[in-house]
Each structure stands twice: as C-alpha cells, then as structure tokens.
Design a protein around this ligand. Structure first.
Ligand code: TYD
Ligand code: MG
Length: 473
C-alpha cells in the first residue's frame, strides 16, 4: 500500500508537521500551516529504487585547472560590484525586494546589456504578459536588444526550451513564486512547489553553466516570502531596497558565495529606468539643510566604498510618560545605547524628550562607526547648536563613553576632502593612519569632549527662538 505522504508545511519557514496546528513551532508564525503532498518523486517504487546501483564518478584534486573565465560581466558597474565582479557561470542568485521597487526594471536592463554584448539572455516572466514586458523595454529604450522573452510558468517547459540550442548565459525567472512543476502536487506559491521548482531550475543552471537569477517577493516584515528555504539553496541573495517615495534604490548582497556581502550598489529610479549612481555621497548630501541644528555628516564606508551621508536628529520635549524613540535607517538598539551613554557619562537627561533620528536619502547604515555622528546630531538638536557645515564625524562609542577607533580612516577622509569638507571629528587612535590629509583633524578620545564643545556653541548662540504664531485667521 502506498504510504500517505500528506503533511502540513509551514508556508513561512518550510517546517513540516504530520497534523495541523495553529502556530508553527519552528518560526512562531500563526496560521501558516497548509496541507501539502511532500512525496516528491514517489512515483518510483521503493523496491526499484533500492535495487539501483550508484553510478561511479571521478574524484578530482583541489589544484586542477578550471576552464574559461568564470564570470559574466553585466556592464552595469553598480550591479557587478554587488555580485563581486559579474555573474558566476552556473551560479544562482535570488533577488528579493518589495513589490514595485524596480526588480523587473533592473533585470530587464541587465538582460538587455548582456544581449547587446552578444550573449544569449533569456527573460521568463511568470507575472506579466509578453506585451507588458515589451512595453517596459520600450520605455527603457531597450526594445531592440535581442533578449529572448517568454511568459511561462511551467518549469518542465522552461527547462526543455532552454536546453535547445546554445546554453543561455543568463536566465531570469520573474518570479519564483509563480513557477510550478509537475513533480509535486501542491498549488503554485506553496513552499513545496517553490522549493521543487527552484531545485529543478538550479539543477539546470549548474549543469549548463548558465547564470540564473530568481526573483523573490518580500513580505511586509522584509522576509523573502515563502521561499526562505530557497535562500539556502542559492549562491547569492541580493536585496533591492529603497523608500517608495524616494527615487534612490540600494542593491545589497545579503549572502554571496562568490563575493563580499558588504558592498552596495546605488541606483536612481528615473522616468527612463534605473540610472547608476557612481558617486553616492554627492547624491545623499545633495539636499542638505545647511546650518540647522540636529544634522551631522557621517563619513561612512559601505564595502570598499566611502559614503558620506547626513544624519538628522530631533530632540523635543514631551509630556508623555514614556517618551518616543523613533529611528529610520539605523539600528534602534544602537540609538538606545548612544542615549544611555549620553545620559550616564555626559550628564544629558533625555527622559523628558522625544528622540527622532533619520538617515537622509533612504540609506540604511549598519556600521557602529555612525555612533559619534548620531551623538553629535542629537546633542546639536538638544542644545539648538548647529554643527559646523564643513565637518564630518565618525567613530564608535563604547559603553564607557570612550570614542573607539574604526577601520578605513584614510578612505573616509579622502572622500570628505573630495566633497569639500574642511574638518573631521574622529577617534584619537584613528588619526595615526590619516597621513597626507588636508583636513583639519579633531581627534577625540571621549564623548564628553565632543559634547561639551557642541554645548558651548549652543551657549554662544543663545536659546532657541520662540515658535512663530501660525494663527493666520
Ligand atoms: P518594477 O520593475 O515593475 O518593480 P518590481 O518588479 O520590483 O515589482 O517597477 C515598478 C515601478 O517602477 C513602477 O512603480 C514604475 C517605476 N518605473 C519608473 O519610475 N521608471 C521606469 O522607467 C520604469 C520601467 C518603472
Ligand atoms: Mg516585477
């Protein structure tokens, strides 16, 4: 008798249970279990499978030669930077991002670039009709690029078609959630279907040496919906981010077997598609509020590239029992830490104030080096003391209130000089590797020094002007 292979699979994390329950014990999500047939290729009886003998294969040494250049350069330098120097042959990339962020646009542009360079590039859309994809290509001015286009969702048909003729250099599947394969019986979009479809496509990519890009949708909380399981199967996971209301888009590697994971690619969404931004600092600083209290320029580094960005803080008195702490683009727990250090070591009481911190331009900062700039912006807002407009800040703050050194000091200083800044407030022990800079350096060993300097500027300037009476009637 055939074994019953029905089981209940969590659509969020892929954990399987043999009876239904309301909450997934593995990821803690509610109502995510759905009944699925997880038998896979159960059509081959066990007795036959047991008799089959394994095929012998060659074992090789580590020093063997690998033929031909393993990377395919897309020609979009921001994309190539994030992938680590181009798509690796036979590798699989998962591209995640919110709906409407520009994933299809980015990939249409990349496919067109490769096709124009005489590579076979295939774009399979499971979401849009061929006419819609064409319309987008027309808008991008790429309608003449010899990209091979289809609107298909059956994995078997796709693989059969791709296996014809010369193997493609690049295949784009937009999106993996819309694909389905005959080998499993679950509905499209379920974890089992997504996993089986991805497996079949990945097998094809590895065998044919094709670079494969799978598009994955992202849920509200930033997870790649359903196929968390796919993240483990692919070589690289890229995420395409940005604020819907702003035109900047940031491509970030979350996982990369063939390159670094701290590089970012910066794009701007224009009426004619995505434009590469080769100097992001200029872009992030383009709309600076000069001379307003509460803003500090942070000299950061993303991967190998220095990026200058403005941090904006607002510290306002509150009547709430629990004051608000809101932060966009930075780690909220780092903000809490900086506030605690300001309170404990610099005598700044913020328990009666709401605190807001924003990273301008929609960038998300992960470096601890932003601590000093954040602290400077906060104190500047509280003391109503604008920071010097020609100064950049960087340095990590320790719980003891010391300013700790950070890496790549000279790259940060060079970028600041290039953009016309005249001074840098930096950790004392970092100023050693800053030889040759023309910036005036203000090395600081503790946060107290930086804070008292800003507070002194505020005293010279006097208290904040009273709010204007806006009652026009
Ligand atoms: P799209 O690539 O379809 O997003 P995704 O595939 O991630 O869902 O991009 C959708 C948005 O991009 C849409 O709101 C319109 C905008 N857009 C432009 O602003 N300029 C353009 O040239 C294109 C093609 C799209
Ligand atoms: Mg799309």
């Amino acid at each position: 008798m055939a074994k019953n292979t029905l089981s209940f699979v969590c659509q969020n994390c892929g954990a399987a249970y043999n009876r239904w329950q309301g909450k997934c014990e593995s990821c803690g999500e509610w109502n995510t279990l759905a009944e699925e047939d997880v038998s896979g290729n159960a059509s081959v009886p066990l007795s036959v499978r047991a008799k089959r003998k394994g095929r012998l294969f060659n074992l090789e040494s580590l020093t063997g030669e690998s033929r031909d250049a393993p990377r395919i350069i897309s020609g979009m330098s921001e994309l190539d930077r994030v992938t680590g120097g181009g798509f690796v042959r036979g590798s699989v990339i998962l591209l995640g991002g919110d709906p409407g962020i520009g994933k299809s646009t980015l990939l249409t542009q990349a496919a067109s670039m490769l096709a124009k360079a005489k590579h076979r590039a295939v774009y399979i859309s499971g979401e849009e009709a061929v006419a819609q994809v064409r319309l987008r290509a027309e808008r991008l001015g790429l309608a003449t690029a010899p990209v091979q286009l289809a609107s298909e969702t059956s994995v078997e048909d796709i693989i059969a078609t791709l296996s014809e003729g010369t193997p493609p250099r690049l295949v784009i599947i937009d999106s993996i959630q819309t694909m389905w394969t005959d080998t499993v019986e679950s509905a499209p979009g379920t974890v089992t279907q997504v996993r089986a479809s991805a497996q079949a496509l990945i097998r094809f990519a590895k065998k044919s040496g094709t670079a494969l890009i799978l598009v994955g949708h992202v849920t509200k909380d930033g997870q790649i919906a359903g196929p968390r399981v796919v993240e483990h199967m692919v070589d690289a996971v890229l995420s395409f981010e940005g604020e819907g209301s702003q035109q900047f888009r940031i491509l970030r590697a979350v996982k990369n077997r063939f390159g670094p994971t701290d590089e970012i690619g910066v794009f701007e969404m224009t009426g004619l598609g995505l434009r590469e931004v080769t100097n992001p600092s200029e872009l992030f600083l383009s709309e600076r509020d000069l001379g307003t209290p509460g803003t500090a320029v942070f000299a950061g580094v993303e991967g190998t590239r220095p990026v200058l960005v403005e941090l904006q803080a607002l510290v306002a008195p509150t009547s709430l029992g629990t004051p608000r702490r809101a932060v966009v683009g930075w780690d909220p727990s780092r903000l809490s830490m900086v506030l605690a250090v300001l309170e404990a070591h610099c005598g700044i009481k913020l328990s009666g104030h709401d605190v807001y911190l924003n990273v301008a331009g929609g960038l998300r900062i992960q470096e601890p080096a932003a601590d000093l700039a954040a602290a400077a912006a906060l104190v500047s807002s509280l003391a109503n003391a604008p920071l010097p407009v020609d100064a950049v800040y960087f340095g990590e703050i320790s719980l003891s209130g010391a300013v700790r050194p950070v890496a790549q000091t000279s790259a940060r200083l060079k970028e600041a000089t290039k953009l016309g800044f005249a001074r840098a407030i930096l950790p004392e022990s970092s100023s050693a590797d800053s030889s040759g800079t023309t910036l005036a350096l203000h090395p600081s060993s503790s946060l107290v020094g930086v804070v008292s300097e800003i507070a002194a500027r505020g005293k010279r300037r006097g208290p904040a002007p009273p709010p204007q009476n806006r009652d026009d009637g």
